[in-house]
Design a protein around this ligand. Structure first.
Ligand SMILES: [Zn+2]
Ligand SMILES: [Zn+2]
Length: 322
């Protein structure tokens, strides 16, 4: 095999080390940075045995150039190695993702059509049912997740707000068994799409946030209103004011009509920079209390609209969490 085709700029540096790097992502598509660093050290050392690389030699520019060279090669196949920061601890995760907006085509290789329909019901539960103006939980509790195994029978049984959604209900979708649902959930966790918290909530893991970014916004955010008289579009998926990535775990402005969201770390960084005085939302000037949450913490807080929540029985009146 001819390995010396360094004739175009993009492929100029592509060698066996990049092939090995891509290979590692093909066999395991989600890698935290603490796995990527020793992987690159090992690959480069194998590539040039005379020049041993240690973990400390692998700088961010080396990682970036490895990723860029691979991405130039695989872009035509609609794949890309992306990175995102964990919303809570800000650590980097890398993932080989499909860049086409139709992520479900890719899931179809591991799941049946009825299972895919189940996964969509899980997403609807996270981003519609458990994501209201009063409570942006954006997660689904273990038992509720299992119970979604049952497909809605007809339009009447659909959520009330789902006029639009009802049109999309496929009457051919069949329920799956509870055990099958648990297996799908398990697989989604193993594949790095979902994560399960200690309190038993399923939410989107970094890989899903990278792959489903477009899908989530297209599905759960309404397009801008055509007419001034139209009601403002419903926006259920919002980006962080700091890092501009989706927030499913973080903080929100206390003003329910305000669209400002932060990851905890991004918000703390911003408000640390604000010396003295009252901390205020940069968009609406509402006092920033830092205790209005996005994510499963929103379920525990005695929501300001306690009459509104159908899971208010779970409310435990904890106002402070950190
Ligand atoms: Zn952020
Ligand atoms: Zn605000």
């Amino acid at each position: 095999m001819n390995r010396h085709r360094a004739d175009t700029p993009e492929s100029g540096n592509y060698d066996d080390s990049h092939r090995a790097f891509l290979q590692a992502f093909l066999s395991d598509p989600v890698k935290p940075v603490e796995d990527v660093v020793p992987l690159i050290a090992k690959i480069l050392t194998a590539h040039e045995p005379d020049r041993q690389r240690l973990v400390n030699d692998i700088t961010q520019p080396i990682i970036n150039s490895m990723v860029q060279a691979v991405n130039a090669k695989i872009a035509a196949l609609d794949f890309e190695i992306r990175s995102t920061r964990n919303q809570e601890n800000r650590t980097l995760t890398y993932a080989l993702v499909n860049t086409t907006s139709d992520t479900f085509t890719q899931l179809a290789t591991s799941f049946s059509p009825d299972e895919i329909a189940y996964i969509k019901r899980l997403l609807d539960a996270m981003f519609e049912i458990n994501n209201t103006k009063a409570r942006e939980i954006m997660a689904v509790k273990g038992m509720d997740a299992t119970n979604l195994a049952k497909a809605p029978r007809n339009r009447q049984s659909q959520a009330v707000d789902a006029d639009e959604q009802a049109a999309e209900v496929d009457v051919n979708v069949k329920s799956i068994k509870h055990e099958e649902a648990d297996k799908v959930l398990q697989q989604l966790v193993t594949q790095g799409f979902f994560q399960k918290s200690r309190r038993g909530w399923y939410s989107l893991a970094p890989r899903a946030l990278m792959e489903l970014r477009t899908y989530l916004k297209e599905t759960y955010n309404e397009p801008p209103a055509d007419d001034e008289d139209d009601p403002p579009p419903i926006i259920r998926i919002r980006d962080c004011e700091g890092c501009r990535e989706i927030v499913t775990v973080g903080l929100r402005c206390g003003n329910r009509e305000c669209g400002i969201r932060w990851h905890d770390g991004c918000g703390n960084q911003y408000f640390r920079g604000q010396q003295g005085g009252t901390r205020k939302c940069p968009a609406c000037d509402t006092e920033w209390t830092g205790d209005v949450f996005v994510g499963e913490r929103a379920d525990r807080v005695n929501s300001r609209a306690s009459t509104n929540g159908r899971s208010s029985m779970r409310t435990r009146g904890e106002e402070e969490d950190n």
